[in-house]
Design a protein around this ligand. Structure first.
Ligand code: ADQ
Length: 475
């Protein structure tokens, strides 16, 4: 079988027994099975004095890891700048806070080109390349410009926005053209896939075809591949020996019900709106006062990116106000933990909670929603309250209670319903959700993407001029 090469912004190792989530686990087995390689940033930031820090190679568990640091300048322009201050907000429908600077875009292109330059000499002719996420939209285009004709697939973990929102990113046309250099473009949902193809039809003169489009004389395959979890692994972890923290939390709760939310601290996750909904529940439902506690776990992420410090401050204020107003000596309504916990603690915590409250304003998928369901005891499962704007809602609408996170009153009413739901309904909903989680798990996500990539029709260098070079010259 041909070798698999994974390319992503960050490289994480998932060694046996080490508890990691998401991408690392998802691609680990496929990499191991093909004697594969993973290329990307090692998380370190080096001095600008050496603009080309060397790559380091290491082999673990039959996987070659090729990693390198980013210089300060690259970190600033490519990572903090264009990836996380321009693309991330715009792709999460926050064009209002997306900030564009030409020098950031230039740095983004340069790092994308640098990733391709590092990979090129290590490639074998039949290697298959799988690229991940919004940091590397232009990577494939640079590979083609370097004459690389291997099959290259790309998976976007975050939403692809509607064309009118995507157009607020100034180099939108070049980015979409660059994305069309990939042989297969995978999205979390059909809505994301359609948003991308709609844009291409309207602005790149693409024509739709079965399984994709024809753009500038080449076929680009597109598809929806909703990322899954390993439900049995989550269930096992959730049942494992109760950790000290979980036991302490349970004894502090006495007989109170527990609502839990777990996120990275990010404005896209709708945490402030969620706090407001919990406050509304206490205001309008006197029966819940003193009998339910809400635990929000949200460790800081990207603290040096625009907008992230503000969200932390807003949450601290909001949690303080709610506890100040409603708390009692023997009851803290809202526990907001701005720190991270191991998965071995999070999964039992989810299992111990009667409601999983997952209400992002916009999310590519949201794996916490799936993990919450898989962590539940089937004989007495909790209820998932899920935002209709999470990619996960497409698959989970039958079993979860869907909410609009902009409707604080509606979320409070749904929380009330979830807390009162009888066992028979909870069990029936849980069964429906588990069936779906098992039918489309993490292995299925990975295997279906890779099967389609291996079968993707034509591949090789696209025709036409290298648009990104033009932009870089114009800067
Ligand atoms: P994220 O925005 O990071 O990922 P999410 O899917 O919620 O979002 O979480 C990914 C993983 O991180 C999960 O396994 C989860 O358990 C873990 N995680 C989240 N919060 C945590 C916390 N506080 N402590 C410890 N672990 C935590 C992006 C997209 C998502 C998409 C994923 C995967 O934004 O929409 O679901 O990629 O494609």
């Amino acid at each position: 079988m041909s070798r698999l090469i994974v390319v992503s912004n960050r490289v994480t190792q998932a060694s046996a027994g080490k508890a990691t989530g998401g991408l690392a686990v998802g691609v680990h087995d496929a990499l191991q099975g093909s004697g594969g390689m993973w290329l990307g940033w090692n998380g370190e930031v080096s001095s600008d004095d050496n603009p080309n820090p060397p790559s380091a190679s290491a082999t673990h568990d039959g996987i070659d890891y090729c990693t390198f640091p980013l210089t300060h300048r690259d970190y600033d322009r490519y990572y903090r700048g264009f990836s996380n201050a321009t693309l991330w907000p715009a792709f999460h429908y926050r064009a209002d806070i997306s900030r564009y600077r030409r020098e950031d875009y230039e740095g983004y292109l340069q790092v994308n080109r640098d990733f391709a330059r590092r990979l090129a000499p290590m490639l074998k002719p039949d290697d298959v390349i799988w690229v991940h996420d919004y940091h590397l939209l232009a990577f494939g285009r640079y590979c083609r410009d370097m004459g690389i004709t291997n099959r290259i697939g790309f998976f976007l973990h975050i939403p692809f926005p509607a064309a009118e929102v995507f157009r607020t990113v100034p180099p939108h046309r070049e980015l979409a053209q660059a994305m069309c250099a990939y042989d297969l473009l995978g999205f979390q949902t059909q809505a994301d896939e359609h948003a991308f193809t709609d844009y291409c039809v309207r602005f790149l003169n693409a024509s739709r075809e079965d399984h994709g489009m024809s753009v500038e004389g080449r076929q680009v395959r597109t598809g929806a591949y909703p990322i899954g979890i390993d439900p049995d692994d989550v269930a096992r972890m959730s049942r494992a020996n109760r950790t000290r923290q979980v036991v302490a939390l349970k004894s502090g709760l006495a007989d109170r019900k527990l609502i839990i939310s777990v996120d990275r601290l990010d404005y896209s996750k709708g945490i402030v709106e969620r706090f407001n909904a919990f406050e509304r529940l206490l205001e309008h439902g006197p029966g819940h006062r003193g009998s339910v506690s809400f635990v929000q776990i949200a460790p800081t992420s990207r603290s040096d990116v625009l907008g992230y410090r503000e969200i932390r401050r807003d949450l601290e204020r909001s949690a303080g106000r709610i506890n100040g107003k409603w708390g009692e000596l023997a009851w803290t309504p809202l526990r907001y933990m701005n720190r991270s916990y191991e998965r071995s603690v999070l999964m039992p915590l989810m299992r111990a909670s009667q409601v999983g409250l997952v209400t992002p304003l916009r999310d590519g998928m949201n794996l916490v929603a799936k993990e919450y369901v898989a962590a539940q005891p089937p004989e007495d499962p909790g209820v998932l309250v899920l935002s209709e704007f999470a990619g996960a809602a497409c698959e989970m609408k039958e079993g979860a209670l869907l909410v609009n996170p902009y409707d604080v009153e509606g979320m409070a009413l749904t929380l009330d319903r979830a807390l009162r739901m009888p066992l028979a309904e909870r069990a029936q909903r849980h069964e429906v959700l588990m069936r779906r989680l098992r039918a489309y798990d993490l292995a299925q996500w990975r295997d279906s993407f890779l099967a389609d990539l291996r079968n993707a029709g034509q591949h090789g260098a696209p025709g036409g001029r290298p648009a990104l070079e033009l932009q870089a010259v114009g800067l």
